[in-house]
Design a protein around this ligand. Structure first.
Ligand code: FES
Ligand code: FES
Length: 163
């Protein structure tokens, strides 16, 4: 048995017939080739698989593909054009050396981008709290938190500057 679903992924219309138990992460990685979304724990604890579902951060190992029917999904590949400038949050992660192995990084970046819409203040305490569902085994978090704060400030300043 399969279910027809239609969704937008990084601005592209996608139609697929999927098994009801197929996970969103599997749809993204195996069906659509978007391997920037990383599997880590497969039990909704590490956050490496975080994507945006209608703008909200979700752990895609914990969402069924059918639950994304009709929704708009953004993965790390969709944050910036392939040949264009990086998203401010990506740039901030680079500037603050907020990664070592990089495995957690796409999930960290997507979680940090979602903080903008959530109104998380761009200060370390609030960002640490909001990042508590994303685990990094390499960095000690110092650079990640600094990067998320800077990225949030730049996202907000960019809108004010463009208004
Ligand atoms: S793989 Fe989804 S939270 Fe760890
Ligand atoms: S940079 Fe290696 S797990 Fe975070």
């Amino acid at each position: 048995m399969s279910v027809d679903i239609s969704l937008s992924v990084n601005g592209q219309a996608v139609r697929r017939a999927v098994a009801p138990q197929r996970l969103l992460i599997t749809l993204l990685r195996e069906d659509l080739g978007l391997t920037g979304t990383h599997p880590g724990c497969d039990t909704a604890q590490c956050g490496a698989c975080t994507v945006l579902l209608d703008g909200a951060a979700v752990k895609s190992c914990n969402v069924l593909a059918v639950q994304a029917d009709g929704a708009s999904v953004t993965t790390v590949e969709g944050l910036a054009p392939a040949d264009g400038p990086l998203h401010p949050m990506q740039r901030a992660f680079g500037q603050h050396h907020a990664l070592q192995c990089g495995y957690c990084t796409p999930g960290m970046v997507m979680r940090a981008v979602a903080m903008d819409r959530e109104g998380v203040p761009a200060e370390p305490g609030a960002v640490c709290h909001a990042l508590s569902g994303n685990l990094c085994r390499c960095t000690g978090y110092y650079g990640i938190v600094k990067a998320a704060c800077q990225g949030l400030r730049e996202m907000r300043d960019g809108r004010e500057g463009g208004a």
